[in-house]
Design a protein around this ligand. Sequence first.
Ligand code: PGA
Length: 249
Amino acid sequence: MRKKLIAANWKMYKTPEQAREFVAAFLPQVWEHTRDEMVLCPPFVTLPAVASALDGSRVQLGGQDMFWEKEGAFTGAISAHMLRAAGCSHVIIGHSERRQYFGETDDTVNRKLRAALHGGLIPIVCVGEVIAEREAGLTEDVLRRQCSIAFREISSGQAIPIVVAYEPVWAIGTGKTATPELAGEAHRVIRAEAAEAFGEGVAGKIRILYGGSVKPDNVKSLMAHPDIDGALVGGASLDPKSFAAIVKY
Ligand code: PGA
């Protein structure tokens, strides 16, 4: 049985002050919630405020990106080691916005994924097709390529903590959610790719989240699908009431 994970991707939203207000309103609503793992991924500068506000709660903390080196002359970059020191247990890697606006490639995703595992972080690796790829019938090929390159040079023993987020790019921030069946099909492709890389046993343990316009009113049907192990939530995670409603679907 895979425990579901519900993660908030705040993207480039919320100052430390705004994040403290969020946590003050959010925590009382989920204090008793033990069914799922919960993770907040705020912007880097907001991590310390959220870390101290979450102290003593079950809600975990994640970064939205990282670089693969431990330290050095890499202006603007943050390492796994630094995220850990700031209180993070998780890190999002290869989000489609990083791929689209910041030159992230399948190869850099692989390097970051290996560095995250090496640094003791739980990586949430994002994959997903753009609309033109779906319409051309290429979804399966795209997912297989993104996963097989992401999983390179990772042993089965190292792979267990990996979380994959299937995020069809056409569903992100658009209000167009994938149906549970469509997401389920993609999740089966991703798990098959994980089985090829790490074996059936490990692939069965890897959690595969769905992301893309998850809202309080569609989360229940998505989470009811046996192949969907949680959600990565953008827009609807910015409001404490709406994110609490998603967590407690
Ligand atoms: P969305 O974003 O929920 O606003 O569609 C999801 C994501 O980008 O992770």
